[in-house]
Design a protein around this ligand. Structure first.
Ligand code: HEM
Length: 527
């Protein structure tokens, strides 16, 4: 039964209460702050918009607000959303006042189910305000050191490439036969195996398929863990899956598996042990750490392959590039071996590289986040302590004033050298974030994606099982992903490429120093 309030006093009192609550919830709005974004429903309008439209909601608001930064008042949280790359650069430089580590510490503690002791250790000097010490500061430095181009990254790359070639060897059907499979499912499995073996070494906990499956179950339920409403009921499956993965990591550390792992795994472990985290908490944090390592590479490889194969002219042009830099040898018995070198691909396959970068522009939906630690002006706008700053890549990647009228199209030639005058500066490419939180795994991920895609193109003919390349929707993309995840898989038919049956394939990468400079920071490093 519904109620209609007719008493004017009650009505007036209700209006006053609602207005006060609304004012408190949105924390008031100072005219010096960025302009308020319009909201069709008071109080919960943006929550509804975000849940309906996901990261596209920021694009909608940015088109309606037409300001370099705007304010979104969410119940209990004020948020500033940055829409212009120049302002992003200003914000990234203020990394102590507009800080990321405090947000990451809260996120990691909740998502990983850390103990109270671990939370306290992580919270100590979280933002590095007292100097360069503590778990938060040490683990950033440890990860970055291991993933930068050099011998340690070379080791990870070579182990990853062996796994990728082995997975493709198993995938390729014998001459005259074909195989049907779900493309995303296959790619995610192959990339999970290749990536985690190269990170964790021969005793990799994800060697056990049930542990890998549990990780993806945990990932699918991340939101329920983060929301935290009656988690024992709403997040039961995700928490059980997380426990399974963290127990597998405990066993890995107990048996000394990390000694055989990559510098990345060793550095992470050492920085946590040096800061007195218990083994249980180190294992818990590793489950969270796997999110950054695993969730974006498979969807990026998926979209690159689908978008290339679905355009036959593009496939043919990229095949010519890849074929031209493939070395062929034939032994005494007539066996043919073809070798692809990733460094050569980076120099000799401009269209492949441009298509890959365009996939990241077109499909990325991540947002760099900062917490306002003190009131601060950016440009002429006042940002208030306690608010969050969001810098969604999608808003900048979908801005026609930057990318031109074709911004909504997938244009694989957009990043060719000769197209430079038709696209904005490198700072507008935000697929890997930027500044202090720039993805340190971008070189590894790029090598892995280029290897998978180039070998697919060179050795396999694939076609959609139902006859047409219907691109899946992406509404259910996970909160932690920065590349759109397909809502459903595409069933494909795989055959050995005509004329290439029975060929042995080898993929090399001699030194990772030759990077594919994707982001503005890479160009600065090169100078
Ligand atoms: C195509 C694949 C990938 C994409 C698009 C991607 C993108 C990103 C983005 C957008 C961020 C956050 C940046 C920000 O907040 O400004 C990030 C962070 C991170 N990524 Fe990646 N990433 C990928 C693959 C990888 C891989 C394979 C690894 C590890 C081997 C990795 C390691 C990390 C780490 C450790 C962080 C956290 C950095 C921090 O907390 O400061 N990423 N990544």
């Amino acid at each position: 039964m519904g109620y209609i309030v007719t008493d004017p006093t009650v009505l007036a009192a209700t209006v006053v209460v609602v207005s006060v609550v609304y004012f408190i919830l949105r924390g008031g709005h100072d005219p010096r702050e960025p302009p308020l974004a319009p909201s069709s429903i008071p109080i919960i309008g943006h929550v509804v918009g975000l849940s309906r439209r996901g990261f596209n909601y920021y694009v909608d608001l940015s088109e309606r607000t037409d300001a370099p930064i705007f304010t979104m008042s969410l119940p209990g949280q004020k948020m500033y959303v940055v829409t212009k790359p120049e302002l992003v650069q200003v914000i990234q430089k203020q990394h102590k006042t507009l800080a990321f580590p405090p947000i990451e510490a809260k996120f990691a503690s909740t998502v990983c189910g850390a103990s109270l002791e671990a939370k306290a250790i992580l919270a100590k000097n979280v933002n590095g305000d007292e100097g360069d010490f503590g778990l938060s500061m040490d683990s950033y430095a440890a990860m970055r050191a291991a993933l930068k181009p050099g011998p340690e990254l070379d080791d990870m790359n070579s182990s990853m490439l062996l796994e990728i070639v082995e997975a493709l060897d198993k995938l390729e059907p014998p001459k005259g036969e074909s195989r049907n499979l779900g493309m995303y499912g296959w790619l995610r499995g192959a990339i999970t195996t290749a990536t985690t073996r190269s990170v964790y070494g021969p005793m990799n906990p994800y060697n056990d398929k049930s542990v890998a499956d549990a990780f993806w179950e945990f990932e699918a339920g991340l939101m329920s863990i983060l929301v935290g409403v009656l988690p024992a009921i709403t997040a039961r499956k995700a928490i059980a899956a997380r426990t399974k993965v963290s127990k597998a990591f405990e066993e890995y550390y107990n048996k000394g598996g990390v000694k055989l792992g990559s510098a990345y795994a060793k550095n992470r472990y050492q920085s946590e042990a040096d800061n007195n985290l218990s083994l249980e908490d180190i294992a818990r944090f590793e489950v969270g750490g796997s999110i950054a390592v695993l969730v974006n590479t498979a969807p990026a490889a998926f979209w690159t392959i689908v978008l290339i194969y679905s355009q036959s002219d593009l496939l043919s042009d990229i095949r010519k590039e890849v074929d031209a830099c493939t070395e062929t040898t034939t032994d005494d018995k007539g066996s043919v071996t073809k070798a692809l070198n990733i460094n050569t691909l980076k120099e000799a396959c401009p269209l492949l590289l441009s298509a890959y970068q365009e996939v990241l522009r077109y499909c990325s939906m991540g947002t760099s986040v900062r917490e306002v630690m003190e009131d601060i002006y950016v440009g002429s706008f006042l940002l208030k302590k306690g608010a969050m700053v969001q810098m969604p890549s999608r808003v900048i990647h979908q801005d026609a004033s930057l990318w031109g009228a074709s911004v909504k199209d997938f244009n694989p030639r957009r990043f060719l050298r000769e197209e430079k005058k038709n696209r904005p500066g490198d700072a507008c490419f935000r697929a890997f974030g930027g500044g202090k939180t720039l993805c340190p795994g971008r070189h590894f991920a790029t090598n892995e994606i280029l290897a998978v895609v180039a070998v697919f193109i060179a050795r396999l003919d694939i076609s959609p099982a139902n006859g047409s390349w219907d691109l899946p929707t992406t509404h259910n993309t996970n909160i932690a992903a920065t590349v759109m995840e397909p809502d459903n898989d595409i069933k494909i038919q795989v055959q050995a490429r005509h004329g290439y049956e029975g060929v042995q394939w080898v993929v090399n990468l001699h030194h990772s120093e030759k990077i594919f400079a994707l982001v503005t920071e890479d160009h600065i490093d090169e100078e």
